[in-house]
Ligand binder design. Structure first.
Ligand code: CAA
Ligand code: NAD
Length: 302
């Protein structure tokens, strides 16, 4: 079902202040778009030095937007950028950063223990009404949410890189997510001018469930000597209409993050390696024979 307009009551309760934790590739993009769409944003990272770089990357991205949107109106462009930057403050103390927050979006390193430790601490610091979300690519939202006492106010908001350009937002619910929370998250996504899709908390949600096994298969193809990196990328761009081939895209996502995502999916019940042969939810582990010539060693970036 498509809902174009928020109801009056949900508009009154709408999310206005957002805390984005992690000011890396994704966090800075999320902060930028949230501020562009009128939200008050607090962006958190570990050091002021990192946060300086996050702000610089937001500024750079906004310049690219302005170049197109305000081609004939440079003064208007300057105002646009300074209004958006004026809505973003930075903080290194995540507990202090959630004090007035309606919504937390976590975009830190793809590591379940680090994410759980963060949320457990935020749960004590944040107001009662604050909704918590993770932008995780591959970890179960439910496994992160157990670190809090607010599972009814917990969900997933999965954005895509580059956030200012990619139109999709996956809104993920766990069984405990209340309807009120889920509706607020969907309304927030629309307020961010994204098209939202509803997802259950299954490995990789929708996009990565399909994209990650595809990427791994590309790695195996090169590993087996069936084709070169360059030819695989060229083939998928020109033969399937993808804007980037799987290797170019892996690099764009970040090879370190890509490795964490592969590990995250490996830890889940749907191992991409079992994708072709085994029924979903088959509990694959390292003793399970691979569907690929008995070989497991897809390319690992370490
Ligand atoms: N900020 C603002 N504007 C941007 C931008 C950014 N970060 N990146 C691109 N643009 C805009 C600019 O206007 C740019 O023009 P300029 O270079 O003159 O500034 C314009 O887009 C065109 O960009 P490019 O010429 O560099 O390249 P392009 O036409 O190929 O578009 C792209 C770039 C939109 C990134 C496109 O290549 C693309 O869609 N790539 C695939 C991205 C993708 O699949 N993302 C999902 C990754 S998976 C994921 O995110 C989930 C996960 O959990 C890992
Ligand atoms: P990144 O490495 O660019 O940024 C992560 C940032 O988090 C870093 O700046 C780091 O200093 C900071 N950080 C780490 N631990 C922290 C903590 N305890 N408190 C505060 N800040 C902390 O990574 P990214 O690509 O932005 O990915 C972030 C999350 O988003 C991951 O869960 C990733 O799986 C997910 N994601 C990534 C992409 C992608 O294309 N890169 C797309 C969608 C989702």
């Amino acid at each position: 079902t498509v809902r174009s307009f928020a109801t009056t009551s949900s508009r009154q309760n709408a999310i206005k202040t957002v805390t984005v934790i992690g000011g890396g590739l994704m966090g800075s993009g999320i902060a930028q778009v949230a501020a562009t769409t009128g939200h008050q944003v607090v962006m958190v990272d570990q050091t002021d030095d990192i946060l300086g770089k996050s702000k610089a990357s937001i500024q750079k991205s906004l310049q690219r937007v302005v170049k197109k949107k305000f081609a004939e109106d440079p003064k208007g462009g300057e105002q646009f950028v300074s209004d958006i930057l004026g809505r973003i403050t930075t903080q290194t103390d995540s507990n202090a950063a959630v004090a007035n927050s309606d919504l937390v979006i976590e975009a830190i390193v793809e590591n379940i223990d680090v994410k759980k430790k963060l949320f457990s601490s935020l749960d004590k610091a944040a107001p009662q009404h604050t909704i918590f979300t993770s932008n995780t690519s591959s970890l179960p939202i439910g496994d992160i949410a157990v670190s809090t006492q607010r599972q009814d106010r917990f969900g997933g908001l999965h954005f895509f890189n580059p956030v200012p350009m990619m139109k999709l937002l996956e809104v993920v619910r766990i069984p405990a997510t209340s309807d009120e929370t889920f509706n607020k998250l969907s309304d927030f996504g629309k307020a961010m001018k994204k098209t939202t899709v509803d997802c259950k908390d299954t490995p990789g949600f929708i996009v990565n469930r399909l994209l990650v096994p595809y990427t791994i298969e590309a790695m195996r193809m090169v590993e087996r000597g069936d084709a070169s990196f360059k030819d695989v990328d060229t083939a998928m761009k020109l033969g399937a209409g993808y804007p980037m081939g799987p290797f170019e895209l892996s690099d764009y996502v970040g090879l370190d993050t890509m490795k964490f995502i592969l590990d995250g999916m490996e830890g889940s019940r749907l191992h991409p390696e079992g994708y072709a042969t085994y029924p979903f939810n088959f509990p694959l582990n390292s003793d399970t024979p691979s569907s690929y010539e008995g070989k497991r060693g897809y390319v690992r970036y370490t």
